[in-house]
Design a protein around this ligand. Sequence first.
Ligand SMILES: Cc1cc2nc3c(=O)[nH]c(=O)nc-3n(C[C@H](O)[C@H](O)[C@H](O)COP(=O)(O)OP(=O)(O)OC[C@H]3O[C@@H](n4cnc5c(N)ncnc54)[C@H](O)[C@@H]3O)c2cc1C
Ligand code: FES
Ligand code: FES
Length: 467
Amino acid sequence: MIQFILNDEIIQTGLPSGTTLLDFIRYEKNLTGTKIGCREGDCGACTILVGDIQNNKLVYSNATSCLMAIGNAHLKHIVTIEGVNMAKQSLVQKSFSDFNATQCGFCTPGFVVSLTGACVSGNVQTAAEAIDSMNGNICRCTGYKSIQRAAVFIAENVKPNLNDLLQGAVDQEIIPQYFLTIESRLKKLRASIQPHPIQQNSALRLAGGTDLYVQQHERMVQEQPELMATQDALRFIRKDGNTCTLGAATTVSDMAASPIFKDHFRNLNAWIKLISSTPIRNMATIAGNFVNASPIGDLSVFFLALDAQLLISDGTSERILPLRSFYNGYKKLNWQPGEYIQSISFELPDPESNVNFEKVCKRTHLDIASVNSALHIHVKDGVILHCSISAGGVSPVPAYLSQSSKMLEGKPLTRLHVQEMLQTVQQEIAPISDARGSATYKRLLLQQLIMAHFNQIFPDLDVYEKY
Ligand SMILES: Cc1cc2nc3c(=O)[nH]c(=O)nc-3n(C[C@H](O)[C@H](O)[C@H](O)COP(=O)(O)OP(=O)(O)OC[C@H]3O[C@@H](n4cnc5c(N)ncnc54)[C@H](O)[C@@H]3O)c2cc1C
Ligand code: FES
Ligand code: FES
């Protein structure tokens, strides 16, 4: 039985856990303020808020209900646009009408829900933050300027109560009073339910659903998948000595918020912004990215450069497999039916080493890569002690470029050596022409991305200069 709170109502349902939350909200509950646009996570018309107890506190994030299994709502608070309605307009709703930020109104509930979520999370302290909170929402008719003006008004007029965000949001008429009862109701619900152990030999595992629902929507809505994202034991980021371990169901947003990641990856924020949008990052897990095995998976490429190790389990025994050995061919994985990823570990980069991630897409944001690449390099006294280069979009799998990486190790860091290495890169890759570009274009892109790594980390090398 799936149990959660929808707005102010306790829900208990025996529907297949793969039913999308969007269909449940609209067709079972007749809450039609949540709209159906693309059903692929791209437009944000179906945006809802998800309230979850994390570290004993209720926190909210936005998500696209078209890609969210109802099973993933278990023990959570789901908020639709109707759930933020009060006797009068909320401050966010009022800002949208005052600044003419709505015309046909189709996208408006999604925008309002995202901006409300930012207010209850304290993320509207600057205009840029308030505007960015709607990065997963698309409007086809109003034009973004008036939507941005509404968000700027919110940033200028909402003062988050950092000691009690929800009370502050209620006081400022952003959310209704009943939100203040949710934390204790969710805790009571959680305490009354036995956690369900991870099933061995499950034929279908679902984490965030951001790949599975796009690829297999018809199948998924009938299914009872094993719900990896509801397993608290699979969602953590830990540091033991110099080893960082992430639970398989850790989301991209968890990674972005992690002090361990922020400490070790200076440009993390900029890289994260290149990956999907906030609502997708709130759902998308790291293991989901690896197992989906897309040749352009951003996280696969990032963690290949860091030589991540997978802890794989079949429920009774465990084994460790380098991510670099996980891919056997296009969408072919080196594992047995029933196995699953439990966690991912990697050595945190030495403070003297550098990591960089680059990605080129048809459009900068909310797009998958044409080609992407990561570099992990350690140079001491002008000599390259360690080099790992990975690349996506240039072979049937996310690729670790072992020969190109190896050939730099032990050599002085010079422009000539980098340029020699770039020739080996061309022999190591086998891109194909497709909708994202011709094979020739992808070869050129990867060369430029690798030069961009060196330019970013070692600007004095003048890597773009010809030898
Ligand atoms: C609008 C949109 C934009 C996107 N943009 C990007 C982007 O910029 N970059 C990018 O790389 N990706 C992007 N994606 C793809 C997707 O978000 C990521 O690949 C994401 O990390 C998948 O994780 P998930 O938890 O949603 O996977 P799911 O869809 O739940 O699962 C994917 C696969 O992983 C398996 N799986 C999940 N967890 C486990 C586990 N622990 N053990 C075994 N198998 C498991 C599932 O069975 C399934 O086969 C985008 C998707 C959408 C919808
Ligand atoms: S309907 Fe477009 S994101 Fe869900
Ligand atoms: S107001 Fe019509 S799509 Fe945004």
